[in-house]
Design a binder for this molecule. Structure first.
Ligand code: ATP
Length: 428
């Protein structure tokens, strides 16, 4: 007897013998019949048992969420609204669930997020929760495909490091034998070193750690960063690579569009490329036309981004950021060094990606360190790679959870994180 998933049952002929593995979602009984709502990773089926011909285990009281194995026959003409109907010949309990359940699986999502996260293993069994991570996986797969098709090599750089990437204070310190080390904020410096190594185009998908104390619906203290760096390229090349990577990710999700619509009521729209581009200065002018005076030398506030975002229906780039707002490795605009060859990818008010052309000239890089109040000697392992023919290069870093959040219209980034790490949570 072959193992099937619920989703595969609809193609079968009447009376095909099947084997299914999954969970008991619910049991309903009548005088003559027992109905078990059975769930596997693909959907719901109904097991219909006639009491007078049943000689298997006692089914009436199997606790909800127990793991079971079912052998039986598929009933094409079944009338169940639950899903495909099976007439079981044998049910085996693989593992009995305790009761009461700390979180009901069959009810719609209505518990507060903390209770849900505390019981994530059960929360994830809900269709509308589980599907978020299918979408996240598809997004990443589509992006990976795009990077691979464009000659990128996937790399893995260290997460335990001796120096901060940007000289900031948002670092988690860890004990590393006799020394102090840090959890890396970004693979920036390593991916640049790799670009100088002749690999040409690299990408990495890995954790990034930020010891930011704020607790918002857009920030995590550990998130998944998709980072790329490309040699002999500038910020315009990096933007084209980004918009097409995002499109490729969403295209992959759109293959399962119907399920996403059914489970979450969300329409997945594949965006047109190119995405609109607007400069930082144009944003400032636009804000002032709306009566909002942007403060010089500051990043856009959430309110300002909301106003700017209203101009666009979806994704857009903000380009040419002031040098004071970008890290030392960002290439100044050759026409005006107060600005940079940089960009952010936005979706309405949400920032999803930061990127830029990078400085490749070692002397200019030293000066940029000094201008930012950093000691170049602390970064000698990085600077060395610039002295022997570092190519001009550009790249970006994209937060996977932020992307999932905006594609599915989620209100809180924790919804797009299996086990979020925030100001108060380091378990489970
Ligand atoms: P923000 O201004 O939103 O705090 P940032 O400017 O610090 O972000 P970058 O360091 O430029 O962000 O990181 C690039 C991308 O990584 C961001 O656009 C975002 O998608 C993601 N990202 C950065 N910080 C976080 C975080 N704390 N939680 C989740 N994702 C993040």
């Amino acid at each position: 007897m072959r193992l099937f998933s619920v989703k595969e049952l609809s193609d079968l002929k009447e009376d095909t013998e099947v084997l299914l593995h999954g969970w008991v979602q619910e049991t309903r009984t009548t005088k003559n019949l027992i109905f078990v709502v059975f769930r596997d990773h693909t959907g719901l089926a109904q097991l219909t048992i006639r009491r007078d011909s049943w000689n298997g285990i006692e089914v009436d009281n199997i606790p909800r969420e127990s793991a079971i194995s079912v052998s039986g026959t598929f009933m094409v003409h079944g009338k169940s609204k639950t899903g495909p109907e099976i007439s079981p010949s044998k049910i085996t309990i693989l593992n009995i669930a305790g009761s009461p359940l700390p979180l009901a699986v069959s009810d719609p999502v209505n518990s507060d997020i903390e209770t849900r996260l505390n019981n994530r293993f059960l929360d994830l069994r809900k269709r509308e929760v589980g599907i978020i991570f299918r979408v996240e996986s598809d997004l990443l797969w589509g992006i990976r495909k795009h990077m691979s098709q464009n000659g990128f090599t996937e790399v893995h750089t260290p997460k335990i490091v001796g120096t901060s990437t940007e000289g900031g204070s948002d670092l988690f310190a860890v004990r590393y034998f006799e020394k102090e080390a840090f959890l890396n904020q970004s693979p920036q410096l390593y991916k640049e070193i790799l670009v100088s190594s002749g690999v040409n185009r690299v990408f990495e998908v890995g954790p990034a750690f930020r010891a930011e104390k704020h607790n918002t619906v857009r920030h995590l203290n550990e998130f998944t960063s998709i980072d790329i760096e490309m040699a002999f390229s500038d910020h315009n090349d990096a933007m084209v690579m980004l918009e097409n990577a995002v499109r490729s990710g969403i295209l992959e999700v759109s293959a399962g569009e119907r399920e996403v619509k059914e489970a979450l009521g969300v329409e997945v729209k594949v965006p047109e490329v190119p995405f609109p581009r607007i400069t930082f200065e144009e944003c400032v002018d636009y804000l002032s036309s709306k009566g909002m005076a942007h403060r010089d030398g500051e990043d856009f506030s959430p309110d300002e981004l909301r106003i700017i975002g209203e101009r666009f229906t979806g994704f857009y780039f903000i380009t040419r950021w002031p040098a004071s707002l970008r890290p030392f490795y960002t290439m100044p605009d050759p026409d005006d060094s107060n600005y940079t060859n940089s960009f952010d990818l936005q979706f309405r008010e949400n920032e999803i990606t930061s990127g830029a052309q990078r400085v490749h000239d070692p002397e200019m890089l030293r000066n940029r360190f000094l201008a930012k109040g950093l000691n170049p000697d602390d970064f000698s392992f990085y600077l060395e790679a610039f002295r022997y023919g570092m190519p001009p290069h550009a790249g970006w870093g994209l937060g996977l959870e932020r992307l999932t959040m905006i594609v599915l219209g989620l209100k809180n980034i924790r919804e797009a994180t299996v086990f979020p790490r925030d100001r108060n949570r380091i378990s489970p």
